[in-house]
Design a protein around this ligand. Structure first.
Ligand code: ZN
Length: 195
């Protein structure tokens, strides 16, 4: 019973979720620098991009991979007030029925990514967006991820964050920008939100 839910489908990581800086897989956590391709922990990939003609061409504003333990740790720093606001926003804005059609019925990555998770907007209509994937080793897990959030929806989420949480994110950004030089340019624009 429920074997499908407990053993989510895994696919090869598509090009859009590879590191644009190297053209290869993300291989370490941006925060703790843990090796990611050995498959020992799940990790998330976040990119902010400006798409042109859907995903056929795009420019990257920032990109990184973060191991799940670091992502969970950072999430715990989001203030209670911000978290309540975010949860309320997602629970009222996301069309879970439509989303479930994708996540239960499709094995096509494009279906997960073509519409903003929150706004009913196609990738062809957005100027800027953030995309998220969950991976383990060199495979991407299909289910809740991957998804795309349009810049418009991201701006609304940002408005829900308390000053306390914004300060946490800004501290993190400063910390990451002080890190390996390869990341500095790509991080100037973000990360705006870590989910
Ligand atoms: Zn980490």
């Amino acid at each position: 019973m429920n074997s499908e839910n407990q053993n989510p489908q895994q696919v090869d990581i598509p090009k859009i979720f590879k590191c644009d800086l190297t053209g290869d897989h993300f291989d370490h956590c941006i925060h703790c620098e843990r090796e990611l391709l050995d498959g020992s922990v799940p990790y998330v990939i976040e990119k902010a991009i400006k798409p042109y003609n859907g995903y056929k061409a795009y420019s990257t504003i920032f990109e990184y991979a973060m191991c799940m333990p670091c992502a969970v740790g950072l999430r715990s720093k989001i203030s209670k007030e911000s978290m309540e606001n975010i949860n309320h926003y997602f629970s009222t804005q996301i069309n879970f029925v439509e989303r479930a059609k994708v996540t239960f019925e499709s094995e096509n990555v494009d279906d997960y990514m073509k519409q903003c998770l929150i706004k009913n907007r196609s990738i062809d209509e957005v100027n800027e967006c953030q995309i998220y994937a969950q991976c383990q080793g060199d495979k991407m897990t299909l289910g809740e991820f991957p998804y795309m959030v349009s810049g418009q929806a991201m701006d609304e989420v940002m408005d829900l964050l308390s000053q306390e949480t914004m300060d946490e994110f800004n501290d993190l950004k400063d910390e990451l920008i002080d890190g390996p030089s390869e990341f500095q340019d790509l991080l100037q624009g973000g990360p705006r939100v870590l989910i």
